[in-house]
Design a protein around this ligand. Structure first.
Ligand SMILES: [Zn+2]
Length: 100
């Protein structure tokens, strides 16, 4: 939790992140129990996927089926970034008031 207050790592999918299609399948409950467990474990530690998951639902129709998974649309990334930003600000604010 307290990993220092310097720059956070770039806000993007890591290699450990499940693909957008996997996340979407997780959301629509099309995964086997074991994979579903893995994804939920990943979600507990990954802010990006936490932000991405609900947003993916908006793009569900364009992701359907086993076609190629498109890149994350730029506006989705911006939206996710702004969600993360506001989370961080809240966190900093609570940190400040505790240290006063
Ligand atoms: Zn992730």
């Amino acid at each position: 939790m307290m990993k220092g207050l310097k720059e956070s790592p770039p806000f993007q999918k890591s290699t450990a992140c499940p693909s957008s299609r996997t996340l979407l399948s997780f959301r629509t409950e099309r995964l086997s129990a074991s994979i579903s467990n893995l994804v939920s474990y990943h979600l507990s530690g990954c802010e990006f996927c936490n932000c991405e998951l609900p947003l993916l639902a908006h793009y569900h129709s364009s992701f359907r089926g086993d076609n190629q998974t498109p890149e994350i649309p730029a506006d989705l990334k911006i939206l996710a970034e702004s969600i993360l930003q506001s989370k961080k600000q809240n966190w900093f604010r609570s940190l400040r008031s505790e240290n006063r």
